[in-house]
Design a binder for this molecule. Sequence first.
Ligand SMILES: [Zn+2]
Length: 350
Amino acid sequence: MVQHFKIVLLWIFKLSGLFAISRLLTRRCFTIVGWHGVSFSNEHERLPAYFVSAQTLRKRLVFLKKHFQIVPLEDLICQHAEGRIKPRQVALTFDDGMYNFSARAVPVLNDFGSPATVYIVSNTMQERVLTYILLIQDVVFRTSFDATPAGLCQVASSCSLRDHAAKRACINRFKEEYLKLPEDQTLQKGFIAEFAEGLGVDIQDDLSSETWRYMFSDEIRTLSDSGISVQLHTHRHHDVVHYPDTIFQEARTCREHVERVTGKKATDYCYPSGYWEKRAWKPLQDAGVRSGVTCISGLNTSQTPLLALRRHIDTEYMSQIEFEFALSGLQWILYSLVGRNTFFKLQEAT
Ligand SMILES: [Zn+2]
């Protein structure tokens, strides 16, 4: 009901010209849009916070192409350094470097002639590596069971799967258990195999499919050669809050690996899991990082710190009108007025 009311209100804003006025008022700000996965089939239906469909991505690009100039992130960083931002610009970014970026997102980007940046987790590109964290989530949404068996994967008690909230809680419980494992693909694969079997889900096709794997280094090199900017998302997806002692090493190792593969400079960083804090800036700078994107929604100006750039994360949950509301700058203006900047100030993870 609240969501329905919101959508009606947004349409009224749009039809009364408020979106257009806001785009005009905020034209000297720049926006960075972030995505994670683009579905091979219907992954976005089960995991809409991570995947969008290719159709949704296409719709977003039609809108962006009509109202903005889609530019490389590099251009925005150069203009930021000069203190002079050109009007109506947006940059596109994709996190994690999964194969679906190359197979599903890039063809859409090419149709629109749109530049983009992909942030790579560098320990995934030498051999076939799957994202078992996402597969755990997918199994939970595919099972017909209404609870997990007690003792499954060392989790002593049974977890309810009766509704969406229970499934989210169950995912978090098993993710926690999974993250205790050493970084060993065989052990991790054993965990997901036991988990899926315990919930009656056949994942044989998943394990051999392209859906859950990261890109190999030769695929990354091909993308880089074609003009995609390949940048840094740490070596092991270690965030700066939970792994503060590894910030420098994670960024530097990732940088070395990416630069070796692409033969180009990689100095732009994406904070894993959106966690960030100012204390990370020094070790990141020491590792040669010049910019960092967060998951804090909002517009950027020439005053926004380069190591704390705001970014609008798009998901399949978001309707087209909500996306246009956010990108118009009206969301930023309203929330800044109502919340006195509470919603968009650069909050640090604690
Ligand atoms: Zn990530």
